[in-house]
Write a protein that binds this ligand. Sequence first.
Ligand SMILES: Nc1ncnc2c1ncn2[C@@H]1O[C@H](COP(=O)(O)OP(=O)(O)OP(=O)(O)O)[C@@H](O)[C@H]1O
Length: 249
Amino acid sequence: MNDRSSSPAAIEVAGLSKSYGPHRALDDVSFSVQHGSVTGFLGPNGAGKSTTLRMLVGLTTPTAGAARVLGGLYGDLPNPGRRVGVLLDASAQHAGRTGREVLRLNAMVMGLPLDRVQEMLHRVGLTPAEADRRAGTYSLGMRQRLGIASALLGDPEVLILDEPANGLDPAGIHWMRGLLREFADRGGAVLLSSHLLAEIEAVADDLVFIGGGRVIAAGSKRSLLDAAGGDLEDLFLTLTADHGREDVA
Ligand SMILES: Nc1ncnc2c1ncn2[C@@H]1O[C@H](COP(=O)(O)OP(=O)(O)OP(=O)(O)O)[C@@H](O)[C@H]1O
């Protein structure tokens, strides 16, 4: 296991708040993600996970606080894709381009050799025939695989992933678990939002729970689970009982 306590955090979220008119979507959220670890980011629908991740990559402006990656703002990184791999919305790829074209364009923007594209297609399990189909015809799982290929393309040190396993088949989920574990074991930092508790339990080192826009628990998975009798679903339901959506019984 890496010594994760002595080095500066890969991701530092400090006092992050966001208001949409009178609605406070995030309220003073702080947590960090260390190199060499996978942090599971958990919370009910509308808790503020995607808003936090979007702020980390400069797509949403905080009302207060800061979200830093590798010591600074994502937007200030000279070639961000070479440092930070991002998958926020697998359906955001240009629907009219083939998967291969999407990756080739990204590789050109990042100044990467084009043979990296084939390497990534192979890594995420998109066949040559699939790679030459338009992304608009992809299944959700194929779009996620393309998004993961895109995130990994620049050989980054940090991965920020919003629901990456959504739509993957069981073999795909198993594959992604191995990929994330290997990435972290090589020193990378992963911030992973997911509703798939079994997946988070299998792969995460640390957990951050968010509810109603606030951090309601954070720490090592082991310590949080030990304190809660060992069951992540019980822990999730207990922690978020007061933070569910009002229209859900
Ligand atoms: N552009 C926006 N304008 C107004 N409200 C917004 C906007 N974006 C997000 N919100 C609100 O902020 C809150 C947090 O939303 P967010 O998408 O971050 O939740 P989430 O935890 O990612 O939820 P889910 O698990 O459903 O994906 C919600 O109440 C949402 O309606």
